[in-house]
Design a protein around this ligand. Structure first.
Ligand code: ASP
Ligand code: MG
Length: 477
């Protein structure tokens, strides 16, 4: 029997109707072994975090705790009959967890908001929502088991952005999940909290914001490694059909990407598309575990969803993604070409200041080097370069806010495709300020003036229409 690990985000847990949809999905996948991963209810993670950061204002704290309680009680009252065991279990759990949360807030007031406390506090979101989901499935007659992921996913000590230690996690999964999945007598759904793990000495860690997608893929990988059955896939239920060719913010009519390879998906999710956590592909790629992004409203959909797997229709362009909060930093010298180590120095300065660089271009004359940082890091980056002797003495450093367009897909390797892109931009006189594509890379990045972003995307999209992996591409301006 095949295994499916499904992730339900906050928007899948928002009211009675949403839980009924989870019930329908459970019926649709009745012939699969199921692991469900849930996020916190919408807005709860932010609320927990802001409470922990404002503990010096008791009025805000009381208001937030009351709101957290109310949001969960609303759901409990909508989905359970009053005084049923599931209703009572959920309410008791909520009371117990809220009192633990208040104890934790008291600790933070006493000891300060250490990174560990932050992860512990936000973990309550998933611990509450997943327990309620588990009670819901029990109330519908399924045999459902709740497991908090800190008993499964062992991570390094990097609080707030922890990385899974797969060998240790595999041991946990082998002991706690596989016996349930392989039990021939009882068919259980395993409900696991998204987002959280623990380090080796037992402190709760989290996998980074939006990390429940990542939880689903980490579990899929560990199950793959430890279960005799290797027929496993991941489904992320979302409020959209899947990944789109262009973010609808730029093109409301954009069409769906139906299939793409892990590499292509990593490019697209890294640059912009907030639909998919970029790290989650790393977990499943080497195991060839397919991942589907599906619309929660359409559990029976057969065609309109995105499949990410080892296979991709190769000769196509997959998507256009956009970074609109970018600053390009240019370091220019007229005199010092062929000096070894200039790039090393630039990036060492960035690294030392914790500034991440996302695009690099250098002419082979080595006179000018351009790279991209987030707008929020730009001032610090420039200041650090100007303060460094080498650069202040021999180099000019200047910056500009820009738009970055990334075009992803194997077809970008063809000259014809690039010709089409530049022709499209030339039609509207849009000046390309820098370009970057590494060797045999599936992605071409171009920098253009920020105010031309919308127009540029439209032009490229329309002129490359026939090269997209979609028969729905509309050539409309
Ligand atoms: N609840 C966490 C967050 O809001 C994780 C998730 O939703 O995936 O970031
Ligand atoms: Mg979320």
């Amino acid at each position: 029997m095949s295994i499916v690990v499904m992730k339900f985000g906050g928007s899948c847990l928002k009211n009675h109707e949403a839980f009924e949809k989870i019930y329908n999905i459970t019926q649709v996948y009745k012939d699969h072994k199921k692991v469900y991963v849930a996020s916190a209810l919408s807005g709860i993670t932010d609320l927990l975090l802001s409470t922990a950061q404002n503990l010096d204002e008791p009025a805000i704290v009381d208001k937030n705790i009351a709101l957290i309680e109310k949001k969960h009680l609303d759901i409990i009252e909508q989905i359970f009959e009053e005084d049923s065991p599931y209703y009572n279990n959920s309410k008791d759990w909520l009371d117990k967890k809220l009192s633990e949360l208040e104890d934790a807030f008291a600790d933070i007031i006493e000891f300060g908001l250490e990174p560990y406390y932050q992860d512990y506090i936000v973990s309550f979101g998933e611990i509450l929502s997943t327990y309620i989901l588990n009670q819901f499935l029990l109330s519908k007659g399924f045999n459902s088991v709740y497991i908090a992921a800190n008993y499964l996913i062992i991570t390094n000590d990097n609080f707030n952005k922890a990385y899974p230690l797969y060998e240790l996690t595999n041991n946990r999964v082998k002991n706690k999940i596989i016996p349930l999945l392989e039990n021939p007598k009882e068919d259980s759904i395993i409900c696991v909290t998204g987002f959280i793990g623990r380090n080796k000495i037992g402190y709760i860690t989290t996998l980074g914001r939006g990390g429940s997608d990542y939880t689903a893929t980490i579990l899929a990988r560990s199950i793959h490694d430890t279960c005799s059955d290797k027929d496993i896939k991941v489904i992320l239920w979302k409020d959209v059909d899947g990944l789109l060719i262009v973010d609808p913010k730029y093109m409301p009519e954009s069409s769906l990407i139906k299939n793409l390879s892990y590499n292509e998906a990593k490019q697209i999710s890294h640059f912009g598309a907030k639909i998919l956590h970029p790290k989650c592909l790393e977990a499943i790629e080497k195991r060839n575990i397919p991942l589907e992004i599906r619309n929660f409203e359409k559990p029976l959909e057969e065609v309109r969803f995105t499949l990410i797997s080892a296979h991709s229709d190769s000769e196509q362009i997959k998507g256009i993604s956009v970074v609109d909060d970018a600053t390009v930093i240019n370091v220019i010298s007229g005199t010092m070409v062929d000096v070894p180590g200039v790039l090393a120095k630039i990036f060492k300065i960035m690294g030392k200041n914790g500034i991440s660089v996302s695009f690099v271009a250098q002419s082979s004359s080595e006179i000018s080097t351009s790279f991209i940082v987030k707008n929020a890091d730009a001032d610090r980056a420039i200041q650090a370069l100007r303060n460094a002797n080498l650069f202040s003495d021999f180099y000019e450093v200047y910056s500009e806010k820009v738009g970055v367009i990334n075009i992803t897909g194997k077809k970008i390797l063809e000259n014809q495709t690039k010709a089409k892109i530049f022709n499209a931009l030339a039609k509207k006189n849009i000046k390309v300020k820098a370009i970057s594509q590494s060797f045999e890379e599936l992605n071409l990045s171009i920098i253009i003036p920020k105010e031309k972003l919308n127009q540029a995307i439209m032009m490229i999209h329309n002129d490359l229409c026939e090269d997209f992996n979609s028969n729905e591409c509309k050539n409309g301006e």
